[in-house]
Design a protein around this ligand. Sequence first.
Ligand code: MLT
Length: 259
Amino acid sequence: MHTLTNGIQVFCKGDTNKQPLIFIHGFPFDHTLWDEVIEQLKDDFYCISYDIRGFGESEVGHGQYTMESYVDDLEAIISELDLRQVILCGFSMGGYIALRANERLQNFKALILANTTTTSDDDEAKLKRAKAMHDIDKEGVEPFLDNFFTAAFTQNYRQEQQEKIALLKEKILGFDPVGIKGALLAMISRTDTTQSLENTPPALLITASDDAIIEAKTMKDLASKMEDSHFVELQESGHVSMLQKPQEFAKAMRSFLII
Ligand code: MLT
């Protein structure tokens, strides 16, 4: 583990001389979301994951986050670890960060975008997130998380992996609600990055057949707007595809990365 000067916890696996891959987790998880995928790639790539500010072991601070402040943190990781020719792999909210980072910094070698989108929240989504922040204040994180898990994982997975889901829930309930509400705020206020698709490096888009949060069709549309994109739809998986289908996820990454 490496603690950045700004309080972000970074976890590196593999040979520093190999191609750096930065993994950006989604909401409301932490870097361990990537453990199984990284396990399969760490011998061939320099795999860097981190806890987004407010989650896991990273600092929470004031909780007034924006996508810009998340990109600032990512930039600090790249600079402090002195990384070049970085490939970003972002899942869902991590994809929002990757897409905005690509738009702002424009120096990535490739993008891997999983279960994510470029559009910003419409009014309905903004109000839903504002209500979630209000409800978390009144009732705590648990009811919100239960609803989120119902949407994020397929019913089969929730039934088959009850212990895994219970552990994940326990971990997230240990996070500071300020960090969770801060992420909701950052997502409400994020900008639309659709225009930047015309100007992206080679990209792999990974979606899941049963994603109830960001539909597979949304990602297919994104792929069609990009000049150099590869599209993979993982079957029998919900939104959190790298947890539900780690082998298939890593395989899709490997085929893209060796092209
Ligand atoms: C995520 O998985 O990061 C979130 O569901 C994204 C979102 O709520 O827009």
